[in-house]
Design a protein around this ligand. Structure first.
Ligand code: FAD
Length: 395
C-alpha cells in the first residue's frame, strides 16, 4: 500500500503517545509533537509541587531510535488534507494520526474564582506554579485541597507530610472510588498527618485568601488547590471530530475515530464506543499500544483488533511512606482486598517506576510490552456502520 515508510504523527508525548510512537517506530516514520522538550510524569505532579520529585523524563531515553520529537503545539487537525497545524505557524502532513493529548484540569470551571485564584496540579506548569507559591508561604499558613479523589488525596498527603497545615474539602466523602476498608485506612493516615477534613460541602466561590462553602461559611486559606474534576483539550472538537461531552474523541473499539479511519486515539482523550475507560496511566499505556497496533494493522492491510485490557486496582500515596492500594476486577470494579501502610506505598511507587521502565523497554525493543487482558465489555460498539456514515469531509 505504501511505497515508502508511512508517516505517522503522534499528537502528545505523554504515556499513551510515547508508547504508541515506540511501538510503531520500526514500520513507520514517526513524529511526536509535544509542547515541552521533556516527558512529564503526570503521576508525580503532586510530588513535583511540593519539591520531592522532578516529575520529568528524558525523551532521548524514552523514545525509540528514529522517532522524531517536534516541540510545538498542534492548533488544528485538517483531516481533508491530512495535515496538522502548529502553534509555531507550520503544518505537518501525515498518513496516520495518533491523537494522544491526554487530560488537564477541568475546562469548564463553573465555580467563580477558580480560574483566577485556585491552583490546579493537572499539568507540569500548574505544579510548577504551585511549587513557587508554596515556597514563599509562611509555615503556619493553611493550604486547602478541594476535591478528594485520588489526585486530591495524594496532594493533601504530600503537603501534610511536609508539615504544611492542610485541609481537604469535598462534596461527598473522601475517595468515593475506595472500598470501606481502603477508605478507613485513608482516614487513619490523614488523621495521623493532622489533615482537617470537611466532607459533604461544596465550594461555591474561591478568592485570593480563601473560599465560600454552600452554607455561606467563609473559610480562610492561603492557597486553594483545585483537583475537583478533569477536562480534556478541545483540539478534537474544534477540528470537527465528534467527541463525548467532556471532549474525548469518539472511537470504535480499535481506537479509530468514528469520523476518520486515519485518526486513531489513545489515553485520557479517547472515548472508545462512547464508554471511556478510567483516565489513568494504567489505561493510557495499553490504549497507546492498542492504537499503535491498529495503525500497524492498517499499514499491513490487515483488520485491526479490538481493545483488550484489564485494570488491576488503584494506588494512593499519602506522603512518601504510607499508601493505600485497593485491588480491582479487570473491569475496574473494586474488590474488598486492600493493603495500607508502607507496603502499599512501596507497591504504588513500584507501579509508577514500572510504567517508566515499560516506556524504555518499548523504546529499545518495540513490540515487547504486554498488559493484563480481559475486562472490557462495552454495551455498544460503534464500528463499521458509524464510520461509513461519516467518511466525508468534516465541518
Ligand atoms: C497529580 C496526578 C497524579 C496522578 N496519579 C496517577 C496514578 O497514580 N496512577 C494512574 O494510573 N494515573 C494517575 N494520574 C493520571 C495520569 O497521569 C493520566 O491519566 C495519564 O497521564 C494519561 O496519559 P496520556 O498519555 O493520555 O496523557 P498525558 O500524560 O496527559 O500526555 C498528553 C501529552 O499531550 C500533550 N498535548 C496536549 N495538547 C497538545 C497539543 N495540542 N499539541 C501537542 N501536544 C499536546 C500534553 O502536553 C502532554 O504532554 C495522575 C494524574 C495527576 C495529575
Amino acid at each position: 500500500m505504501f511505497n515508502t515508510r508511512p508517516r505517522v504523527v503522534v499528537i502528545g508525548g505523554g504515556y499513551a503517545g510515547t508508547v504508541a510512537a515506540n511501538r510503531m517506530s520500526r514500520k513507520a516514520a514517526v513524529t511526536v509533537v509535544n509542547p515541552r522538550p521533556h516527558f512529564v510524569q503526570r503521576t508525580r505532579l503532586h510530588q513535583f509541587a511540593v519539591g520531592n520529585h522532578h516529575a520529568s523524563g528524558d525523551y532521548r531515553k524514552l523514545l525509540a531510535k528514529g522517532v522524531d520529537l517536534l516541540v510545538d503545539t498542534v492548533t488544528r487537525i485538517e483531516p481533508g488534507t491530512r495535515t496538522i497545524r502548529l502553534a509555531s505557524g507550520g503544518t505537518v502532513g501525515y498518513d496516520y494520526l495518533v491523537y494522544a493529548v491526554g487530560s488537564t484540569a477541568t475546562r469548564r470551571a463553573t465555580v467563580p474564582g477558580v480560574e483566577e485564584f485556585a491552583f490546579p496540579v493537572a499539568e507540569f506548569e500548574h505544579a510548577e506554579r504551585l511549587q513557587y507559591a508554596l515556597s514563599s508561604l509562611e509555615p503556619e499558613a493553611v493550604v486547602t485541597v478541594v476535591g478528594a479523589g485520588l489526585t486530591g488525596l495524594e496532594t493533601a498527603g504530600e503537603l501534610a507530610e511536609q508539615g504544611r497545615r492542610t485541609r481537604l474539602v469535598c462534596s461527598g466523602v473522601i475517595g468515593p472510588m475506595l472500598s470501606e476498608k481502603a477508605r478507613a485506612a485513608t482516614y487513619e493516615r490523614l488523621a495521623d498527618l493532622q489533615v482537617e477534613i470537611i466532607e459533604n460541602a461544596r465550594v461555591t466561590r474561591v478568592g485570593p485568601d480563601g473560599f465560600t462553602l454552600d452554607d455561606d461559611t467563609v473559610v480562610e486559606s492561603a492557597i486553594t488547590v483545585w483537583t475537583a474534576g478533569f477536562g480534556v483539550p478541545e483540539l478534537a472538537r474544534s477540528s470537527g471530530f465528534r467527541t463525548d461531552e467532556l471532549g474525548r474523541i469518539l472511537t470504535d473499539e480499535t481506537m479509530t475515530s468514528i469520523d476518520d479511519d486515519r485518526v486513531i486515539a489513545a489515553g485520557d482523550c479517547a472515548a472508545p464506543s462512547g464508554e471511556p475507560v478510567r483516565m489513568a496511566c494504567q489505561s493510557a499505556l495499553p490504549t497507546g499500544l492498542a492504537a499503535a497496533d491498529t495503525v500497524l494493522s492498517r499499514i499491513a492491510g490487515e483488520e485491526p483488533a479490538n481493545l483488550d485490557f484489564g485494570f488491576n486496582g488503584v494506588g494512593v500515596s499519602l506522603g512518601r511512606h504510607v499508601g493505600v492500594v485497593q485491588f480491582h476486577e479487570r473491569d475496574d470494579t473494586p474488590k474488598e482486598q486492600a493493603y495500607s501502610g508502607r507496603i502499599a506505598s512501596t507497591i504504588k511507587d513500584l507501579g509508577l517506576k514500572a510504567a517508566m521502565a515499560g516506556l524504555r523497554v518499548e523504546a529499545l525493543r518495540p513490540g515487547t510490552m504486554r498488559f493484563l487482558e480481559g475486562g472490557r465489555h462495552p454495551s455498544n460498539t460503534a464500528t463499521t456502520e458509524d464510520r461509513s456514515r461519516t467518511e466525508q469531509p468534516m465541518a
